[in-house]
Design a protein around this ligand. Structure first.
Ligand SMILES: Cc1ncc(C[n+]2csc(CCOP(=O)(O)OP(=O)(O)O)c2C)c(N)n1
Ligand code: SF4
Length: 490
């Protein structure tokens, strides 16, 4: 006797830990299309034997918790950014099966640019685009795919072309590009359309497994909650309202022509990277391909963890100061990061950068609680003083800032950087005076290695001598004015 047992796909977890006390149901509303689509995807992963190599990239939207359901590799990413992350995963792990699963708000609004370029590049990924014509998760706002006349919380009188434009037809739009291999629109409103959706999703996954390039399946999917209808009526709603605007069908299919694209991508072996970046050997002060080469490399000092914020006017060279520190730290085999933050103006605006220099790996380049603040103008001191951790260090340019920091729980160096630089030859080197003072005070980096980096990275030859002297003078200032009791090195 023939018997078939239906069971939960292996690519789903045995129980879903999302809801305390109810481990057998998902967080989706009754009648939501996400559940159907999850099941189709999970069954396909099982059938292709791909569970161990699948990476499911879930977005922001109602499917944000997909990682509670799929027992595969999971990445939950920033809104709209799934195609970029999927690109990275696929390129790093060409044998993986990467699924970018996105709603219409995620893919067609905030992530419109991402999907366009991933499709245009023909990335070897599979995109499942869940079009329910609304932002479900946030309470039913208009999406780019909302229909004309459709009432949403942000279009209470109905979507109006003059205000809101036309519904965006993603499948049609992307199929005009050369890059994509396969684009189909399917729907979920009866058994026949569900079967077609299943077939399309399986094909899109199979294309990737066979290295045939970019596939996208747009699924017209019910959102009874967002549409304010019952689950049963939501099926009719798709047929009656969505289909006339979003016709079903295959918009592009080059699957048969495109084979093994994955393996044709230009790959760079990791061991070749230092050579390409010119970081091999001692090439003196030479720059190679625009990247610093050569110079002394000293060993890693123990237990360094500096989080610096360096702030002032645009044009004071503070981003450069941060880069010098990061480069010098790198040459001492430390982990470093440098994150610039520009004001809108080219000159005279505010500019700051965040620098981490550490013996341990750096989780985020953002410095929100600096151990050291270098403030080179008054607005910067006022703005960032309170961010500095207790026991931290503030170096401020006392030539330009007429009051010391109010904090009494940090160490402070009043450094007349602009005046000192002016005496040396140009106020422009005030940043170098501050750099020297920082090193003189903290000993955080080897001074010779730092001077080498200054030599290598100062582009204007006329400024080089000035910069080196400015670093030395800042260094001497810090040493000469060292507090008798200090937590900071000297
Ligand atoms: C950067 C950012 N902007 C806005 C939001 C708010 N937000 C969360 S989900 C969402 C829209 C989701 O709609 P959709 O992609 O259509 O998915 P659905 O919820 O309908 O499945 C928005 C705007 C956010 N989380 N992050
Ligand atoms: S709001 Fe809509 S998309 Fe979100 S879970 Fe509910 S039915 Fe599904």
């Amino acid at each position: 006797m023939y018997a078939q047992t239906f069971q939960r796909p292996r690519s789903f977890y045995g129980q879903f830990d999302r809801k305390p006390g109810d481990h057998l149901t998902t967080h989706y509303c009754p009648g939501c299309g996400h559940g159907n689509i999850h099941k189709i995807v999970a069954e396909a992963i099982d059938d292709f034997g791909a569970q161990d190599r699948t990476v499911f990239v879930s977005p922001v939207g109602c499917s944000v918790f997909a990682y509670y359901y799929f027992d595969v590799g999971n990445l939950q990413v920033a809104h709209g950014r799934a195609p970029a992350v999927a690109t990275a995963v696929k390129r790093a792990l060409p044998d993986s099966l990467v699924i970018s699963y996105q709603g219409d708000g995620d893919l067609a609004a905030i992530g419109g640019n991402e999907i366009l370029h991933a499709a245009n590049r023909g990335e070897d990924i599979t995109v499942i685009f869940v079009n329910n014509a609304i932002y479900g998760m946030t309470g039913g706002q208009m999406a780019p795919t909302s229909l004309i006349g459709m009432k949403t919380t942000t279009t209470p009188m109905g979507r109006v072309v003059a205000n809101d434009g036309f519904p965006v037809r993603v499948a049609e739009l992307l199929s005009t590009l050369e890059g994509p291999t396969y684009i189909e629109r399917v729907a979920l409103y009866d058994n026949k359309t569900r079967a077609k959706a299943r077939k399309a999703i399986r094909k899109a996954l199979q294309n990737q497994i066979e290295g045939r390039g970019f596939s996208l399946v747009e699924v017209l999917s019910p959102c009874p909650t967002g549409w304010g209808v019952t689950p049963v009526d939501s099926l009719k709603w798709i047929e009656e309202n969505m289909l006339p605007n979003f016709p079903l069908g295959v918009f592009k299919d080059k699957s048969a022509e495109r084979e093994h694209r994955t393996h044709r991508r230009q790959a760079i072996a990791i061991q070749d990277v230092p050579g390409i970046l010119g970081l091999n050997g001692n090439a003196g002060n030479e720059r190679s391909a625009g990247i610093l080469a050569g110079g002394p490399r000293t060993s890693c000092p123990p237990n360094v963890d500096y989080r610096l914020k360096i702030a002032g006017f645009g044009g004071q060279g503070l981003l450069f100061l941060g880069r010098l520190l990061a480069e010098a730290g790198m040459r001492q085999n430390l982990h470093v990061s440098w994150l610039p933050s520009y004001g809108p103006e080219m000159r005279g605006g505010t500019a700051n950068c965040h620098v981490n220099i550490s013996t341990t790996e750096i989780g985020s380049p953002l410095v929100s609680a600096p151990t050291v603040l270098i403030a080179m103008n008054k607005p910067s001191l006022d703005k960032f003083e309170n961010e500095v951790v207790g026991g931290g260090l503030i170096i401020y340019d006392s030539s330009l800032i007429d009051h010391p920091p109010a904090r009494s729980d940090v160490e402070v160096i009043a450094l007349p950087a602009t005046e000192m630089a002016d005496k040396i030859g140009s106020a422009k080197s005030a940043n170098m005076v501050a750099l020297g003072a920082l090193i003189g005070k903290t000993n955080m980096l080897d001074k010779d290695a730092l001077l080498h980096v200054v030599r290598s990275m100062t582009k204007k030859v006329a400024l080089l001598d000035l910069n080196l002297r400015a670093v030395e003078s800042g260094f001497e200032f810090a040493r000469a004015n060292a507090a008798e009791e200090s937590l900071w090195g000297v």
